[in-house]
Write a protein that binds this ligand. Structure first.
Ligand code: UDP
Length: 233
């Protein structure tokens, strides 16, 4: 999985991200939207609302609720995915909602909901991070007040070496994966999952890679909003 000179199969250094491109406002009928091309991953996020919370049972007297759906398109991977939600997509929708609830100023919209739809069009590892990042830009594009944007990125370990932003092969055959959701301005953590085992030292290294990368990704997110709205967004 690693070349003799320490580079990875795709030529990246251990601390190098895949190429990331972000565009805001790609779904004209939505209140806010974003496209994130991250390596060969492609995600579109669309935001609708705030609107009255339906069904009534999800409504909260004192705040807004986030209704987040994550879905992988049937054609997003080579083995066709059965359309519709499954356990994995429901779990990812839930952890994404929890992360976003940490930043959206929900108390401004009592008895309301904001719908966040994340569609993965092409999937090559790290799609929960790509989707959460896309949703953050889409919420900002919709003008929803937030204390910060959530930036999400994963690091992991491959052949005993900690690497940033695993690709598909590294994700499949690596030893561990640590996706995180980070608030770039404060360094706070709003989402963390771990697949596999990492020693305390490797965990720290993966953590540091994610924290460093979050700043880099945040700049691309802000630039996407600035390109749409002008100024420094
Ligand atoms: N994947 C797949 N079919 C599935 C789920 C996942 O082919 O039903 C692939 C897809 O490329 C995904 C990768 O496996 O990006 C890793 O999936 P994981 O559950 O680790 O989530 P992710 O890394 O995408 O957040």
């Amino acid at each position: 999985m690693l070349n003799e000179d320490g580079t990875r199969m795709d030529g990246r250094r251990p601390d190098e991200l895949r190429k990331i491109e972000i565009e805001a406002g790609v779904v004209p009928v939505a209140d806010g939207s974003a496209r994130v091309q991250w390596g060969t991953n492609l995600a579109i996020a669309a935001v609708y609302g705030p609107m009255e919370a339906h069904p009534r049972k999800i409504s909260r007297q004192d705040r807004c609720v986030l209704d987040v759906r994550y879905n992988m398109a049937p054609f997003s991977v080579t083995d066709r995915i059965r359309p519709g939600f499954n356990r994995r997509s429901r779990e990812i929708g839930k952890v994404t909602a929890n992360a976003l609830e940490s930043v959206v100023q929900l108390e401004l919209y009592p008895r309301s909901k904001i719908r966040v739809e994340i569609e993965i069009m092409c999937a090559e590892a790290g799609t929960r991070c790509v989707g959460l990042t896309a949703a953050s830009v889409a919420l900002a594009d919709a003008g929803i007040p937030m204390t910060d944007m959530v930036v999400s990125v994963a690091s992991g370990r491959v052949n005993g070496v900690v690497v940033l932003d695993l690709n598909k092969e590294e994700d499949n055959y690596g030893d561990a994966d640590l996706p995180m959701g980070i608030l770039p301005n404060s360094g706070e953590l709003v989402f963390l999952q771990m697949d596999g085992d990492l020693s305390p030292e490797d965990f720290q290294e993966a953590w540091d890679y994610n924290m460093g990368a979050a700043k880099e990704i945040h700049e691309i997110m802000v630039a996407a909003l600035a390109a749409r709205y002008g100024g420094d967004a």
